[in-house]
Design a protein around this ligand. Structure first.
Ligand code: NAP
Length: 249
């Protein structure tokens, strides 16, 4: 695993805003050189980089579309040439498009699976190549509580997020002998642009079902990712850690 003194790079996919931005800042504070990935929002990614640097850390923006296999390959070629080990990969980039199954369009299904699940498998594969040589690393999937408990109207999204759990457990078994750990975090409802589309009435209805009585914050996810990236979690692999206010117990 990573040592606490010598930190290499941490790639956080989709870290220009929301949960990913919180994770990037946490990993920056822990001393990693953070690669702040985004697809379209360059200004926001630069804002995150600037915040990390202003706090005494080190970071740079890295644009690539996680739903595009060629862009993933090129990005990892670039990462391999940076002269620093890649120690952490956080597969956080994701999209949600809700639809009841009878209205689910094939192109939406493809987009959701490609952006949330296939991307995580392909990025994990590329990261594993680099981490296997170094015999150290931590890969963290940002799945979702709906991958564990299901949700009407989210068949495609929940399938992708449940798939990330299968990915986590299988890859943890494949990579453990190389001292590479793979874990998943399953956030509940976290206040970001993704949940910003919910109406106040919907938020109230959700909050009523959460035992701890509030929606979560990006920092709640960032803290656990910081822990899973560090030596403090060196004996934890293949686990799915719920951060959901008790929504799924
Ligand atoms: P968000 O606010 O919508 O941010 C999404 C991030 O992903 C942005 O940085 C976006 O980049 C990036 N992204 C989207 N498509 C991409 C692509 N094709 N290639 C590269 N980057 C891409 O989302 P969030 O709420 O922070 O969610 C982050 C992750 O947590 C997602 O995987 C989501 O499914 C999961 N999650 C969220 C919640 C929640 O309640 N918010 C709950 C459970 C799980 P641009 O800025 O460039 O568009």
């Amino acid at each position: 695993m990573t040592t606490e003194t010598q930190k290499g790079m941490a790639l956080v996919t989709g870290s220009s805003r929301g949960i990913g931005a919180g994770i990037a800042q946490k990993l920056g504070a822990l001393g990693y050189h953070v690669l702040v990935n985004y697809v379209s929002n360059e200004a926001k990614a630069i804002e995150v980089v600037d915040k990390i640097i202003a706090a005494g850390g080190s970071a740079e923006p890295l644009r690539f579309d996680v739903s595009n296999e060629e862009e993933i390959s090129s990005a990892f070629e670039l990462i391999a040439k940076k002269g620093m080990p890649l120690q952490v990969l956080v597969n956080n980039a994701g999209i949600s498009e809700d639809s009841l199954i009878l209205r689910l369009k094939k192109d939406s299904l493809d987009r959701i699976l490609q952006t949330n699940l296939v991307s995580a498998i392909l990025c994990s594969k590329e990261a594993a190549k680099l981490m296997m040589k170094a015999r150290t690393g931590s890969i963290i999937q940002i799945s979702s509580v709906v991958g564990e408990m299901g949700n009407a109207g989210q068949v495609a999204y929940a399938s992708a997020k449940a798939g990330m759990i299968g990915l986590t457990k299988s890859l943890a078994k494949e990579l453990a002998s190389r001292q590479i750990r793979v874990n998943a975090v399953t956030p509940g409802y976290i206040e970001t642009e993704m949940t910003g589309a919910l109406t106040e009435a919907q938020k109230l209805a959700i909050t009523e079902k959460i035992p701890l009585g509030t929606l979560g914050q990006a920092s709640d996810i960032a803290e656990i990712v910081g822990f899973l990236s560090s030596n403090a979690s060196k004996y934890i692999t293949g686990q799915v850690i719920g951060v959901n206010g008790g929504l799924y117990i």
